[in-house]
Design a binder for this molecule. Structure first.
Ligand code: HEM
Length: 478
């Protein structure tokens, strides 16, 4: 696709089968790329039942039913067996994987750590990481091709490291990034035996072993955690206000208890796992879409230049620092096109493309009956492109997220961060981070897709371009 793509260009998506898939074909597609399992019917019907390899399921893309499952009667719909099985060995009882009383207690402790005031405190980490990225690109030389998907992974990991461990993780960032991506690649590839519920003692042939990666994470986190606990106990933790210190010192407002070491470790890894590939995926797709819509990209660049220049003047900052304006009050309220680009990118390519729940008891929502034990499948990948919910569902239309239009989007037709009590706890942090990084890039570089490169979305826990996203970088002179 050339840089002057016509406005009718449809961002890439796998072809949809008109007919239901046979069992073998379904397993093959789950293993290769889970989003290729959706048939045309899914994008046209609101609710339907299936009786497949994972048992009976209701596919729910009616907004009233989505609200019922995720909000109104959420206690009846915990996360499903397969999801817990895949994530629990790594993330233990972290907030993403815990259920019941443990989850409630963790949510009470952790949600306040992401309130807007504390997200503001992480701005220096986000700006410095953005600077680190563009400095690396400058050093690499003009017109050098880079894999934007890998670059976004690096920069978002950098942000997380600086936010969770202010004093560094004492491990090589490249080693951590490599371990993370191997871990995700392995857990994200759903093994057919897990899909059909075969017992754990049966070997999962073909599935990479990630025990070495898990050992690496555990040791790295254990070392830094015990050091920090000791520093806090001796009053020597300085002014560390990072997420690790907050996790170690914040008490449950109901019981006054602190999280134990195991839960602190589980949540550190959860923040990295839940906050890394998701944010980098949304940025990667936003960069891809900007490269395909040069007129819109120009508007975004103008918006960023104007907002950051005005911000720098307002705070009397040095003109030569392109990012100084980020520190000005109200600058993020002006980056509405940058935000709309990310929101539209997450509509077309939701990083969390599948939300799965399992009903505990029989239940009903209007005409829909749900039975105990059945799966409820809510797929943002489908919901966000559903014919009954969206105008021009498969096209890039960022203006639908501009002020004045954004308010018309039904809350339950757009779920990049989920909804209800289990809504993403890091959404405010993620949006601030992604807007800053996208604006920092738009301010300094123009990125164009390698000519003729076939872009294909692949779902492995998060949705990424399969094979990466090679782009040519051109420094902007402004
Ligand atoms: C663009 C970036 C992000 C996206 C698209 C995203 C998406 C989501 C979604 C869809 C859920 C709900 C899953 C479900 O209901 O089954 C979720 C939950 C969660 N996210 Fe995010 N997330 C992002 C960034 C982050 C960040 C930066 C963090 C932390 C640093 C984070 C931490 C969590 C946690 C801990 C949960 C579990 C909450 C709970 O169950 O109480 N996420 N996220």
């Amino acid at each position: 696709m050339s840089a002057t793509a016509p406005q009718s260009f449809h961002p890439p998506a796998p072809p949809r089968s008109e007919k239901p898939l046979g069992k073998i074909e379904f397993i093959r597609r789950v293993w290769k790329n889970q989003i290729t399992t959706w048939t045309q019917k899914s994008f046209e019907e609101s609710v339907y039942r299936i009786d497949g390899l994972m048992g009976k399921a209701t596919v729910a893309h009616d907004t009233a039913l989505v609200k019922h499952v995720l909000v109104d009667n959420f206690a009846n719909y915990p996360k499903d067996r397969v999801q817990r099985k895949v994530l629990k060995p790594g993330l233990g009882d972290g907030l993403l994987t815990a259920e019941g009383e443990v989850w409630k207690m963790e949510r009470r402790v952790i949600a306040p750590l992401f309130r807007p005031k504390l997200v503001d405190d992480f701005m220096p980490a986000i700006i410095e990481s953005s600077r680190w990225l563009v400095d690396r690109w400058r050093a690499a030389g003009a017109d050098s091709p880079v894999d934007i998907s890998a670059e976004m992974s690096r920069v978002t990991l950098e942000v997380l490291q600086r936010s969770i461990f202010q004093a560094g993780l004492k491990r090589d960032t490249g080693e951590l990034a490599g371990a993370m991506s191997r871990y995700f690649e392995a857990v994200g590839q759903l093994h057919p035996f897990d899909v059909i519920g075969l017992p754990d003692w049966l070997p999962r042939f073909g599935k990479p072993d990630v025990s070495r990666e898990l050992r690496f994470f555990n040791e790295a986190i254990r070392d830094i955690m015990s050091e920090r606990r000791a520093a806090i106990a001796s009053g020597d933790a300085g002014d560390a206000r990072d997420l690790l210190s907050l996790l170690l010192t914040t008490r449950d407002p109901q019981t006054g208890e602190l999280l134990n070491d195991t839960l602190v470790r589980d949540n550190v890894l959860t923040f990295i796992a839940a906050g890394h590939e998701t944010t980098s995926g949304s940025l990667t797709w936003a960069m891809f879409l900007l490269s395909q819509f040069p007129d819109w990209r120009r508007e975004v660049e103008e918006e960023v230049d104007t907002a950051l220049d005005a911000g720098a003047i307002a705070i009397g900052a040095k003109a030569e620092d392109p990012f100084a304006g980020f520190a000005a009050p109200g600058v993020f309220d002006k980056l509405v096109k940058t935000r709309a680009t990310l929101e539209e990118a997450m509509r077309l390519y939701p990083p969390g493309a599948l939300l799965l729940r399992q009903a505990i008891a029989d239940d009903a929502c209007g005409e829909y009956k749900l039975r105990a034990g059945e799966l409820v499948v809510i797929a943002p990948w489908v919901l966000h492109r559903h014919k009954l919910l969206w105008d021009r569902p498969d096209e890039f239309v960022p203006r639908r997220f501009m002020p004045g239009e954004r308010e018309k989007v039904d809350r339950f037709s757009y779920l990049p961060f989920g909804a209800g009590p289990r809504v993403c706890v890091g959404s405010g942090f993620a949006m601030r981070e992604a807007i800053t990084i996208l604006a920092a890039i738009a301010r300094t570089f123009r990125c164009d897709l390698k000519a003729g490169y076939p872009v294909e979305p692949v779902l492995r826990i998060t949705l990424r371009p399969g094979g990466g996203l090679p782009m040519r970088l051109t420094p902007r002179s402004g």
